[in-house]
Ligand binder design. Structure first.
Ligand code: NAP
Length: 247
């Protein structure tokens, strides 16, 4: 990306979202760092973005809250005049076997991981159509393609993201807006820190690269999809998983 871009990354206070915000930061670019409640972590992301010469703006809101999303995007558009790139990254897990899963665990994961991406995408589509330019990158998961015992809510949301990506890609490519997804495998962040050593060992046995991924591994793929070089790439799912799944 050479021109000055306004880039919104949801869930950018920690983990993969922080790495994406930092990877996309460069002089002239404005990076909007969304998070829900972790302000200290978001400030660390902002400092890392500023170190790379990018403009950093904190924009806390709950991506699952329709009113909050509409208000936040209105504010961002007023402040920056345009949004060139949206990375729908924020996500949560509420793992349980289906027989034990409470409907609240199902709803929270679908509302944040799937509806949140819908709400944020809807908020940027009109301005992107007016600009005749846009890049939307959705963060899904290997689990959305493979399934995972104990994560039926999460896998359903992440598979839903893939359907959303492909449908929106078809709706928007005539307006020079691309919509793609990145599907990380198992990446070292707070989300996977909770795994037991036994669970990590069994995961490693499934990964030909014989290591978990880093947030930077994922950020590199997002950077490509957000770049000018990827203008003819749309509706795709780029798997970043050390060979664990080849889709
Ligand atoms: P993480 O370390 O747990 O960070 C989650 C981020 O999302 C935080 O910035 C958090 O902000 C934000 N967030 C959560 N709920 C939110 C909401 N309702 N509104 C706004 N922000 C919210 O997660 P991660 O591991 O980096 O995962 C990032 C994305 O990659 C997720 O979509 C996840 O499903 C996906 N993914 C992760 C892995 C992995 O192995 N880690 C693998 C595949 C896919 P607060 O702290 O303020 O709540």
């Amino acid at each position: 990306m050479s021109e000055k871009r306004v880039i919104v990354v949801t869930g950018a206070s920690r983990g993969i979202g922080r790495a994406i915000a930092v990877e996309l930061a460069e002089p002239g670019h404005q990076i909007v760092i969304n998070y829900r409640s972790g302000v200290a972590a978001a400030q660390k992301t902002a400092a890392a973005v500023a170190d790379k010469g990018g403009g950093a703006h904190l924009q806390p809101f709950d991506i699952a809250d329709e009113t909050a999303v509409k208000e936040a995007f209105k504010e961002m558009l007023k402040a920056h005049g345009r949004i060139d790139v949206l990375v729908n990254n924020a996500g949560i897990t509420r793992d349980n076997l289906l027989v034990l899963m409470k409907s609240a665990e199902w709803d929270e994961v679908i509302d944040t991981n799937l509806k949140g991406a819908f709400l944020c995408s809807q908020a940027v589509v009109k301005p992107m159509m007016r600009q005749k330019y846009g890049r939307i990158v959705n963060v899904t998961s290997v689990v959305g393609a493979m399934g995972n015992a104990g994560q039926s809510n999460y896998a359903a949301a992440k598979a839903g993201i893939i359907g959303l990506t492909r449908s929106l890609a078809r709706e928007l490519i005539s307006r020079n807006i691309t919509v793609n997804a990145v599907a990380p495998g198992f990446i070292e962040t707070d989300m996977t820190a909770a795994l037991t050593d036994k669970a990590k060992e069994s995961l490693l046995a499934q990964i030909p690269a014989a290591r978990l991924g880093t947030p930077e591994d994922v950020a590199g793929a997002v950077k490509y999809l957000a770049s000018e070089a990827a203008g003819y790439v749309t509706g795709q799912v780029v798997h970043v998983n050390g060979g664990m799944f080849m889709g």
